[in-house]
Design a protein around this ligand. Structure first.
Ligand code: COA
Length: 260
């Protein structure tokens, strides 16, 4: 696969995807969204890849938003199609992947950039990061799931304020709001996500995939998350990972889980 807007590094089970348009602060154009989709899909299917990190190239930006130059002259119909296609290919896609996806926010995460980070399973940030959904300053609203996921993560009142003011919050405020889990100096971002990835990789990939599915069910209207949890819990009992995990515990040794 030839990647024009991404860099992919794969080291000991961890795939790191760098969005690589630093001269445009890694703004998400349609080509980048397609490449992200293709690379994430392949990575999700690759049993060797146990954790995926999404971050931005350079020291300034994670992603400074959807590419404004690309949609500036769109009609209503084009705009709705852009949002629908982007949500399907990237934002909803990530949320429902079986491999854990962590956003490592290394600078500006604005608009589509923050929406991308929010679609990941959780987020860490460097201390220079700035986050916001400034779309209303451009005369549009967030279109990649921001109006839904921001209130889920930080509560309705805070989300309303951030969206209406088109403001930015710093990394510490984002941590206080529960938007990011950890804030570290930029030079420590790599070590921090590798430590988290290594902890995740000690555990059953199959159980993790089912846990993602059950947690996500809480946010789908019309679905009873408790029922999803009960079914997924039961399914775990017929997996090799369950046999290995429980046997290893009883034999007082470290579990050796197979791939996804
Ligand atoms: N879409 C397209 N291009 C973008 C972009 C975006 N979302 N964000 C930044 N860029 C481009 C700039 O146009 C500029 O390109 P140029 O050098 O060809 O003129 C380049 O990235 C550098 O950005 P610049 O604005 O010069 O950097 P800055 O340090 O002065 O400001 C920001 C940084 C993030 C505050 C500013 O770039 C910004 O407000 N970006 C848009 C954020 C936004 O509204 N996102 C939501 C989009 S829906």
């Amino acid at each position: 696969m030839i990647l024009e807007n991404l860099l992919l590094e794969h080291e000991k089970g961890v795939a790191t995807l760098f969005i690589n348009r630093p001269e445009k602060l890694n703004a998400l154009n349609r080509a980048t969204i397609q490449e992200l989709h293709d690379t994430l899909k392949t990575s999700d299917e690759n049993p060797e890849i146990r954790v995926i990190i999404i971050t931005g190239s350079g020291e300034k930006a994670f992603v400074a938003g959807a590419d404004i130059a690309e949609f500036a002259h769109f009609s209503s119909e084009d705009g709705a199609k852009l949002a629908a296609k982007g949500q399907e290919l990237l934002f909803d896609f990530i949320e429902n992947m079986k491999t854990p996806v962590i956003a490592a926010i290394n600078g500006f995460a604005l608009g589509g950039g923050l929406e991308l980070a929010m679609a990941c399973h959780f987020r860490i940030a460097s201390d220079n990061a700035k986050m916001g959904l400034p779309e209303v300053s451009l005369g549009v609203i967030p279109g990649y799931g921001g109006t839904q996921r921001l209130p889920q993560l930080i509560g309705k009142g805070r989300a309303m304020e951030l969206i209406m003011t088109a403001g930015m919050i710093d990394a510490e405020t984002a941590k206080n709001y529960g938007l990011v889990n950890h804030v570290v100096p930029q030079t420590d971002l790599f070590a921090t996500y590798m430590t988290l990835a290594n902890k995740i990789m000690r555990n059953s990939p199959i159980a993790i995939a089912k846990a993602i599915q059950a947690v996500n069910a809480n946010f789908i209207s019309g679905i009873n998350g408790f029922d999803v949890e009960i079914n997924a819990f039961g399914e775990c009992f017929s997996t090799d990972d369950f046999k290995e995990g429980t046997t290893a515990f009883l034999e007082k040794r470290k579990a050796e889980f197979k791939g996804k």
